[in-house]
Ligand binder design. Structure first.
Ligand SMILES: *Cc1c(COP(=O)(O)O)cnc(C)c1O
Length: 369
């Protein structure tokens, strides 16, 4: 058939021209969202906006003209961020289509065949993926068995590989812990490269790397609105010395933040206290959920400063528990097989009190059998 011939012809051309390392990659897998499933797999904020806020937002969107390109510099949004998050004039801001895009831009700015990205492992998978996309050298240094940062191994690796870029997620995903400022300072002081403090979960933690900017010339702070309740808008931001951000900005595609995201984010920042109320609720519910999960004697639960809890099944196959739980209507993430330190580990995003109750009920049934 003609279409079969065409398919083969396409394959041949793809094989001929697409980078072989790209052909060997697997696409980042996101499970299809089924309706009525309780979604506790992706660290989303489970709460909708109060209806008055929802209406005010829709009113604000009526002023938007989608026939025009967005403000390429996001100047109004920048001002709103400076005020909402108390960013000093000494520092520049740079927005990305999620912090994922910022990781990519930072890596592009330093990329080269002999350039290294260093990160502890397990951590956020995008650091390694983007290093691969850019054909960079990637070095992952295992965390300790308690998920603490192995500073001496990191320092050794810094000496060996002289990394251009180091990513430290604080709190870390998927382990939920913080590495601690003292250790982070030792890393920053040991490297000539740029250290990115990835604070995706800063709203759920007391850790805050902002003050590191005043002490060091090789630090940028990366944050996102995804985990505080705006995942669908895709907005991440860097705070850093203008010298670094001006270079990264050259690689940004001109209109990476669309008009709806710019307007919606600016609107949300005016009502940011509403979001902080929700994150405070999530933190309180995280502690309740942790206590309840810890009561299962065949489950180990780690402390967390993020909006999720990492658990290990002690008598069950975690991947199987994840599948059975989904069949019962609750989606969580199995990390089994992703790293040796995460054998039989599950990551559970904190939901609403009701969602957490359903999770506990269904999990109890599975862990009892
Ligand atoms: C979720 C996450 C991000 C990416 O978030 P975006 O939605 O792309 O802004 C970055 N770093 C860590 C550690 C994360 O967990």
């Amino acid at each position: 058939m003609a279409s079969d011939n065409r398919k083969q012809a396409v394959s041949a051309r793809v094989e001929r021209w697409v980078r072989t390392d790209v052909q060997a990659l697997k696409a980042y897998h996101v499970p299809a969202i089924e309706e009525h499933v309780i979604k506790l797999d992706a660290m989303e904020n489970p709460y909708h906006w109060p209806s008055a806020m929802q209406q005010a937002w829709l009113d604000a969107l009526q002023q938007i003209h989608v026939n025009r390109y967005p403000d390429a510099d996001c100047s109004q949004l920048k001002q709103a961020f400076r005020e909402a998050f108390h960013v000093a004039e000494d520092y520049e801001l740079l927005f990305g289509n999620g912090s994922d895009e910022l990781i990519q831009l930072l890596a592009m700015a330093v990329a080269g065949p002999k350039r290294t990205i260093l990160a502890p492992e397990p951590s956020f998978v995008m650091y390694k993926m983007i290093a691969q996309f850019l054909q960079m050298n990637y070095v992952g240094i295992p965390l300790g068995t308690d998920f603490s940062l192995d500073v001496s191994a990191m320092l050794k690796s810094i000496e060996t590989h002289n990394p251009a870029l180091i990513f430290l997620a604080q709190p870390n995903n998927p382990t939920g812990n913080v590495f601690g400022e003292e250790k982070i300072r030792r890393i920053i002081e040991a490297t000539s490269g740029l250290v990115v403090i990835d604070e995706a979960y800063t709203a759920f933690s007391s850790s805050d790397g902002y003050s590191l900017l005043a002490d060091y010339s090789n630090v940028v702070i990366m944050r996102t609105l995804s985990k505080v309740g705006l995942a669908g808008l895709r907005l991440g931001y860097l705070i850093g010395h203008p010298g670094w951000l001006e270079e990264v900005n050259k690689l940004r595609l001109p209109y990476n933040i669309n008009v709806l995201t710019q307007a919606s984010t600016a609107f949300a920042l005016r009502l940011v206290d509403e979001l902080f109320k929700q994150t405070a609720q999530i933190c309180a519910d995280r502690e309740l959920l942790k206590e309840r999960l810890s009561a299962f004697d065949n489950l180990h639960v780690w402390p967390s400063e993020a909006n999720f809890l990492l658990c290990r099944t002690l008598e069950h196959d975690a991947a199987e528990i994840q599948r059975l739980l989904l069949a019962r209507g609750v989606l969580i993430k199995s990390l089994h097989g992703s790293h040796p330190l995460l054998n039989n580990c599950l990551r559970i995003t904190v939901g609403t009190p009701n969602e957490n109750e359903v999770l506990l009920r269904e999990l109890a049934a599975l862990l009892a059998s």
